[in-house]
Design a protein around this ligand. Structure first.
Ligand SMILES: Nc1ncnc2c1ncn2[C@@H]1O[C@H](COP(=O)(O)OP(=O)(O)O)[C@@H](O)[C@H]1O
Ligand SMILES: [Mg+2]
Length: 259
């Protein structure tokens, strides 16, 4: 659990359009890294290359390397399905499976991975994952009720429970709080702080306060103009990026002058 990510010279394309260019960075285990930058600069696109979700889109491809503890996710013969098990993802809109119970939502990924799991094993996974997502106490008496019956913030924690149920090494989150109220947002931020003990976490956020509250490292991405590829402009300790960045564009962005 919790592995190091190393990206070398990554270019990301949609057909002929180069959406992200020349990204190299290392992300340490048991840290939270925030990706910030204006809309359209390629944060989501780049994030999705870290678990090979990008190539699910027809015509989407990459050049370069993404290594997780030294193993290149894009090496020939690597199974993208196993990569997505190892590197979990939580999306902007909580997306529990609408017809499934809370319990079955947590087990959805586990059941895809191993065909057979005994009832006691399944119960353990459900409890451990919901505990891990700080949701157990709120739902333990209604595990067989639909996941859709939960509040937005609870649904997002349910999606986090589903992601951690398969015991990934890395958790990617794309604006996980953007549809949530401030209280639910703080609950997710507290949870991220907890999960950091066990996982390498990367979070895309539009919220500067959130980036400075939850992350150890911050990566600022930018684009020169529409149709241009996004670039990683500056990457460093969150405190430095917010208080003493080296690049003018970073300073302009974090101080709210654009984006
Ligand atoms: N499925 C897609 N097909 C084609 N182009 C896309 C797709 N998704 C995103 N893009 C383009 O890639 C660029 C980066 O988008 P995105 O990664 O969503 O940026 P961000 O998450 O930083 O707002 C944009 O120009 C966007 O229009
Ligand atoms: Mg995005």
């Amino acid at each position: 659990m919790s592995k190091r990510i190393e990206v070398n010279g990554l270019n990301v394309y949609y057909n002929k359009f180069k959406a992200v260019e020349g990204v190299s960075m290392s992300i340490e285990p048991r840290t939270v890294t925030a990706f910030i930058g204006p809309s359209g600069c390629g944060k989501s696109t780049f994030l999705r290359t870290l678990n090979r979700m990008h190539e699910v889109i027809p015509g989407a491809w990459v050049e370069g390397e993404v290594k997780v503890d030294g193993d290149d996710l894009y090496a020939p013969g690597v199974d993208p399905v196993l990569v997505r098990r190892q590197v979990g993802m939580v999306f902007q809109r909580a997306n529990p499976f609408p017809t499934m119970s809370i319990r079955d939502n947590v087990l959805a990924g586990v059941k895809l991975n191993n065909k057979r799991i005994s009832r006691p094993e399944a119960d353990d996974v459900v409890e451990r994952s919901l505990q891990g997502a700080n949701l157990w106490n709120e739902v333990k008496d209604r595990l067989d009720k639909p996941g859709m019956g939960l509040s937005g913030g609870q649904q997002q924690r349910l999606c986090i429970a589903r992601a951690i149920a398969v015991q990934p090494d890395v958790l990617l989150m794309d604006e996980p709080c953007s549809a949530l109220d401030p209280i639910s947002t703080l609950a997710i931020e507290d949870l991220i702080e907890e999960l950091k003990k066990d996982y390498t976490i990367v979070i895309v956020t539009h919220n500067m306060q959130q980036a400075s509250r939850v992350s150890d490292k911050t990566a600022f991405f930018n684009i020169a103009g529409t149709g241009q590829p996004g670039h990683l402009i500056e990457y460093g300790d969150t405190a430095t990026i917010f208080s003493n960045p080296s690049v003018q564009a970073t300073e302009d962005y974090v101080s709210g002058r654009f984006g």
